[in-house]
Ligand binder design. Structure first.
Ligand SMILES: [Zn+2]
Length: 443
């Protein structure tokens, strides 16, 4: 077996602060075996010094629909009247109607590559475009695995259950390419996917698209089987008032309440958006073990609204971040807009501060350990027995000139563009964020 190697950057993010002189031992299997002072190193293992670099845990994007990268630049003119999520959805369905396997894979590879260059080392792909236009063949699922492998990004494929087109209504048009006929055939497809995964970088999770897309019986069945398999479960919840009105008309109460009553718990559940969730429902969801994923750039672009988050609390809020429609891929921007949305809503600052009064730690936690919790991964921290997934910051970048180690994290989160990212390690494997443009042109 090959030897471990040791990384020593100028600064390393440990225990929520940048520390100098930290040595990270990386095993040949891509995991961190130890983290400690450089002075305590034993002789022997090869040492890679990373001058002018600060290391953060690799950023985790828990919510992406990679194929929607094909909508970038579209849908930003409004000739008839003001648009909405629902008019955007028609444009998305139009894209779906003309995507084949090759194009889906190509768009996914482009999105994943862009994510990695922006410092993201793991993506949770909420994947519901399963089938070709000819019928239920699940032919697009392996395309996502291939695209992620090509991009070198860690992937949690959140295979998505999607059975109804609206509450109690059949699928229509492009939605048929999302179809899960029933829970049995859905989990049979998961069984077929399992041997196709790269065990070093890929794992499975389950998503139930939304309360629009599954009956309550199916919610219960799919959730229970996913948990029996130890898989995390994601779902869109209350992004749009229209969804709340539709569910309330049928069930007599809003989706979050219905989901909590149906599942009886929120263990291992990540609710995406919660834009219009009532504070009491959100509090119960969090008490029952749920995690909330926000996608500020997409929510802003779609005009969804700004969620009513609990704000400062003694315990760390279980938050995480997603790039969702991938109209813009920048997890640094999503971090700052997570806080800015709350500031604009409350006309106040530092709403998401931790018990030490620090909001930057909360934002970085959402992009790292919050994501690992949501996706059931040993990642999101520079710590033993975690994947060696790391984001390297270029300390020579002009946007962070004249800051100190104490103010560096805030300078990165609030003041730096993505070009501050020098590169990333995924499972200990380095890739520059600024590849040779001549080599890239051949892709
Ligand atoms: Zn989404």
């Amino acid at each position: 077996m090959a030897n471990a190697r040791i990384l020593v950057a100028d600064l390393t993010w440990v225990d929520d602060r940048f520390v100098a002189g930290v040595a990270i031992s990386v095993d040949p299997d891509g995991k961190i075996s130890s983290v400690g002072p450089e002075t305590a190193l034993e002789a022997g293992a090869p040492l890679e010094r990373l001058p002018n670099v600060a290391l953060l845990p690799g950023f985790i994007n828990v919510h992406s629909h990679a194929f929607q990268r094909g909508l970038r630049g579209r849908g930003e003119t409004f000739p008839a009247s003001a648009g909405s999520f629902w008019t955007w959805r028609e444009a998305m369905y139009e894209l779906v109607s003309r995507l084949d396997g090759d194009e889906t894979e190509s768009l996914s590879r482009a999105a994943f590559t862009e994510m990695r260059r922006a410092g993201t080392t793991t993506v949770g792909e909420f994947h519901y475009l399963h089938h070709s236009a000819t019928g239920i063949d699940w032919s697009l699922d392996p395309r996502i695995l291939k695209a992620a492998r090509d991009a070198g990004i860690r992937l949690v494929l959140l295979a998505t259950y999607y059975r109804t087109g609206a509450v109690g209504k059949p699928l229509q048009g492009a939605q048929r390419r999302f179809e899960s006929p029933d829970p049995e055939s859905f989990f049979a497809q998961l069984d077929r996917l399992a041997p196709l995964l790269d065990p070093a970088t890929q794992s499975l999770g389950v998503a139930i698209h939304s309360i629009r897309a599954a009956s309550l019986d199916d919610f219960r069945t799919v959730y229970r089987e996913a948990r029996r398999r130890g898989l995390p479960v994601h779902m869109h919840v209350e992004e749009q008032r229209g969804e709340i009105d539709e569910a309330s008309a049928v069930y007599g109460r809003p989706p979050m309440q219905v989901i909590l009553e149906t599942l009886g718990t929120a263990e291992a559940v990540t609710a995406i958006h919660c834009t219009h969730t009532r504070p009491r429902d959100l509090a119960r969801f969090l008490e029952e073990g749920g995690t909330v994923a926000l996608c500020p750039l997409t929510e802003g672009n779609l005009g969804d609204g700004i969620p009513d988050l609990p704000g400062h609390s003694e315990r760390e809020l279980p938050l995480c971040l997603g790039s969702d429609s991938n109209l813009r891929i920048s997890i640094l921007e999503d971090m700052r807009w997570l806080e800015y949305g709350q500031r604009l809503r409350r006309e106040s600052r530092g709403l998401l501060r931790n018990s030490a009064g620090d909001s930057v730690v909360t934002l970085l936690a959402a992009a790292t350990r919050g994501g690992s919790r949501s996706l059931s991964l040993r990642a999101g921290a520079i710590a033993p027995d975690h994947w060696a997934d790391l984001t390297a910051i270029d300390l020579n970048h002009p946007s962070i000139a004249r800051v100190t180690p104490e103010t560096l994290a805030a300078a990165i989160v609030f003041g730096a563009p993505d070009s501050v990212i020098a590169g990333t390690y995924v499972g200990g494997r380095w890739e520059s964020a600024h590849p040779d443009p001549c080599a890239a042109a051949t892709r």
